[in-house]
Design a protein around this ligand. Structure first.
Ligand SMILES: [Zn+2]
Length: 67
């Protein structure tokens, strides 16, 4: 049984994180990740990888359970 992992935003915990594979004129540029979640706007060299089963738990911790 393989573990499914998901990349999430280190700022808001959203799984809408995207990778930008940028290579400018043949130069090797470090991969940057950015978050598509509205109101977040994270962009940087790191992302968080979590197991799919733990995503819910992690988001609750990051966001804080309201209600
Ligand atoms: Zn985010």
């Amino acid at each position: 049984m393989k573990q499914l992992t998901i990349r999430v935003c280190p700022k808001c915990g959203s799984s809408k994180i995207r990778e930008t594979a940028s290579s400018v004129g043949g130069w090797l540029v470090p991969t940057t990740y950015y978050c598509e979640e509205e109101g977040c706007g994270y962009s940087g060299p790191i992302y968080v990888e979590v197991e799919a089963a733990e995503l819910d738990t992690m988001r609750k911790i990051m966001i804080g359970e309201d209600t």
